[in-house]
Ligand binder design. Structure first.
Ligand code: NAP
Ligand code: ZN
Ligand code: ZN
Length: 348
């Protein structure tokens, strides 16, 4: 076991504070990773505050992990010491079900093993990337391509793959009209991917102050959702809506913006359900779907796509002890567009 510095929510809704954890000794196929940076996802807040229920405390959040390989298990062959690597939202799965065989481990029949707030095959709690070191089976580790700065790569491991995966699965293509709802960590990556795929991207945001940023990110248009005219003006105009809003909101209002056969993709996980009117779907044969992160193979494909298209997250690097303030800022929509923890601040 190796003693590792970390930050944890010691109980639901408690501010995060230091915690010392133990990482396992590497098993045959394990990779030991010295964590350089970890992105801060809104899912970290939902879970640290136990908004989804069933939280395991103390909880060390963090599933946008990048760092370097510092040791390998005896049979690990995929990486070598010094490689830049990443770990996303899960660290294991059953490896036997149809989804695991199809490379969609996030939909594993028996449930993927989440990077934190889960239990591994031995029943031990998993601890995430708000820490200096992690030990992960090589089959669940990603290679970070040269050319993407490591701190800007971290958010790709969740915000990146979560937006890239449904765009690929549902076939967003050149010329499609795509609305991105909520310009946060996920939303800003959705804009970048949509633009790279040749779509005509409109940002729909509660924050008028993000108009300039949205256009600078490459969006073709911006509309404030606080303005009732927005919903009249844009009715029936999108092929896809990518909804990354973290708080409860009226899905029906956004569904009205889809064309015939248009598809609204839910990514955000508000803590309470919202009713959907059948008519909002029936009248134009619209689709309302959801999507969960992405599999290991597609995550590597996404990272390679980012390297090829010079895509990375727009970030604000923070020290570990700034995390509680960062959470409050995210809840106010005040993040441009991902906080990334520099774990050097945990070693000091
Ligand atoms: P984030 O950076 O905090 O961004 C969320 C954005 O939602 C905000 O920036 C804000 O954008 C908008 N928003 C917030 N409150 C709102 C409200 N009351 N009404 C309307 N819009 C509001 O969060 P994130 O890290 O991108 O995560 C977004 C959601 O996706 C979270 O629920 C998270 O748990 C979930 N998630 C899901 C997956 C998955 O696999 N499906 C993966 C990762 C995260 P504007 O200021 O532009 O309005
Ligand atoms: Zn996440
Ligand atoms: Zn499985």
């Amino acid at each position: 076991m190796s003693t590792t510095a970390a930050y944890a929510a010691h109980a639901a809704k408690a501010p995060l504070a230091p915690l010392t954890i133990q990482r396992r000794d590497p098993r045959a196929h394990d990779v030991v990773i010295d964590i350089a940076y970890c992105g801060v996802c809104h899912s970290d807040i939902h879970q640290a505050r136990d908004e989804w229920g069933g939280g395991i405390f103390p909880m060390v959040p963090g599933h946008e992990i990048v760092g370097h390989v510092i040791a390998l298990g005896s049979a690990a062959t995929k990486f070598k010491i010094g490689d830049a690597v990443g770990v996303g939202c899960f660290v294991d799965s059953c490896r036997q079900c149809a989804q695991c065989h199809a490379g969609e481990e996030q939909y594993c029949d028996t449930g993927m093993t989440a990077t934190y707030n889960a239990r591994d095959a031995d029943g031990a709690p998993t601890y995430g990337g708000y820490s200096t070191r992690i030990v992960v089976d090589e089959n669940y580790v990603l290679s970070i391509p040269a050319g993407i700065a490591l701190d800007r790569a971290a958010p790709l491991l969740c915000a990146g793959i979560t937006t890239y995966s449904p765009m690929r699965h549902y076939g967003v293509k050149a010329g499609d009209c795509v609305a991105v709802v909520g310009l946060g960590g996920l939303g800003h990556m959705a804009v970048k991917f949509g633009v790279a795929l040749g779509a005509k991207v409109t940002v729909l945001s509660t924050s008028e102050s993000k108009r300039g940023d949205a256009l600078a990110l490459g969006a073709h248009a911006f509309a404030a959702t606080g303005d009732a005219q927005t919903f009249k003006r844009l009715a029936g105009s999108f092929d896809f809506i990518i909804d990354s809003v973290s708080a409860p909101h009226d899905y029906n209002a956004y569904l009205s913006l889809l064309k015939v056969d248009g598809c609204m993709i839910l990514l955000g996980v508000p803590e309470t359900p919202s009713p959907v009117a059948a008519g909002a779907l029936i009248m134009r044969r619209r689709k309302l779907v959801g999507s969960l992160i992405g599999g290991i193979a597609q995550t590597q494909d996404m990272l390679d796509f980012c390297a090829e298209h010079a895509i990375a997250a727009d970030i604000e690097v923070i020290r570990m002890d700034q995390i509680n303030d960062a959470y409050e800022r995210m809840l106010r929509g005040d993040v441009r567009y991902r906080f990334v923890i520099d774990t050097a601040s945990l070693r000091a």
